[in-house]
Every structure is written in structure tokens, then in C-alpha cells.
Design a protein around this ligand. Sequence first.
Ligand code: KIV
Ligand code: NA
Length: 271
Amino acid sequence: KKKAPMPDDIRARKGGEPLVSLTAYTTQMAELMDAHCDFVLVGDSVGMVLHGLPSTLGVTMEMMILHGQAVARGLKTAMMVVDMPFGSYEESPEQAFRNGALLMAETGAAAVKLEGGRHMAETIAFLVARGVPVMAHIGLTPQSINTLGGYKVQGRGDAAAELMADAQAVAEAGVFSVVLEKVPANLADEVTAAIAIPTIGIGASAGCDGQILVVDDMIGMFTAFKAKFVKRYANLGEQAEAAFADYAREVRAREFPAAEHIFADQAPEKK
Ligand code: KIV
Ligand code: NA
């Protein structure tokens, strides 16, 4: 039986066959994607995708724990990573360890992910030294939306050197991989060539060591907006809405339930 990889196995995939990952927030989705993914991220995107929040800033530890537990029940062969929510790790390495350890203990996650480059390097090293494997997330970091001033492409022009410095800092601090979000493709390729750990692209480059997408975006369930970097592989939202419309019409016409959905007064005799 195939076993789920560990963070070191993911790290060892540098330069090899691209790593496949998606986000998940529920048991059912986790079950459906388990066999196809190397790792599954319980992203703080859950706040926008499932809870209707305007950004990821309102996501709490409690939400990450509940969704992490749900996803864990659906995974057998994919590794699980859980996002550290806004405010749960930035204050100090100690705070980050306390909450990172809690996320792992409560959900069974193999690792946590946190946003930030050079300014999080000390915290990353502190966690890794104490048994909390860390995936970093640089480039567009949605938890900093209010200081970044919008969901813009990161690392263009003079900012390229800063993004490269962030990638090198988190790699040196000991992360087993790093997400590059919404950065120019040539810069993503340069970062991928420059560091010894896998880069996971989202709005980055096919040359990254792996890719990730938000599941509800790629299956067309979350349709409030679509980033340029999202490819819709299905339109489940449209299909669901059509199903709701059919159901409503049939109920109002007394066509549902039909004969095959209802029960007779007597149970049919068994042969
Ligand atoms: O929360 C999330 O879904 C993420 C991925 C987009 C990387 O952080
Ligand atoms: Na996230």
C-alpha cells in the first residue's frame, strides 16, 4: 500500500517530475483528489471559498483546525499541509511554534505553511529546529493585502531581487518547499534554478517544481471572481445551479418525488 510522503520526500522531488497539489477544506473533496495529489493544502482561502469572507484576514485557528480535521479524514496517500492563519505566527517565533504545534497536533498535518520571506526566516528556523516542518509562501501573500495595496503581480522590475532574496532566505532557514504566487514566469524560473528546494507555482511558471490551485476555483465552484492564473477544468457550479433549478421546478409541479422515491404502506415481500 502506498504511503503518504513526508516533507523530506517532497523536498527530494526538487527538479524531478512536477509535484501536484490542490487545496481542500472538506473530507469529500480530499477523498476525490487524494490519489492524484502529492500533497493537499488546507488553505486559509477557506475563508473566502467556503465562509464568504472578503479576504483571508478573518480566518481563525479554530477554522483551520476544523477544516484540517475534515480533510485529514479524506486523505490516505497525499501529504497534508495546513495554513497558519493571519495573526497566529507573525508576533514571535514562540507564538508561531505554539500555534504550529497545535495545528499539527489537532489535525495530524505533516507540515504548516506561512506567508513571508526574509522577515519570517528566524521564525521558520525556530519551528524547523523544533519539529514543525514549514512550507513558505512568497510573492503575492494575501494575508498582507492591506499593506501590499491589492492582489498585484509581485517581483516585477526592481522588486525581482527582493523576491529572490526572500526565496533564498526561506530556503536557508530550512523550509522544505516554497509557494510562489503571482510572480513573472521568468523570475519564477530563476528562483527555481537558484534554490535547492521545490518551488510550487500558482500564477508563476510551468518550470516550477510543482503547481497548486484552489480546488473550488479549478472546478468552477467558486465563481465570485477568477484570477488570470486559474484554469477552469470543470464548471460544477453551473451544473449545481442547473440541478437546483430542475429540483425547484419538479417540486412545484409535483413531479418529485416520483414512484421510485416513495414507499408503499406494506414493505414488498422478500423472495
Ligand atoms: O490559501 C490558499 O489556498 C493558498 C494557496 C493558494 C497556495 O495559500
Ligand atoms: Na493561504
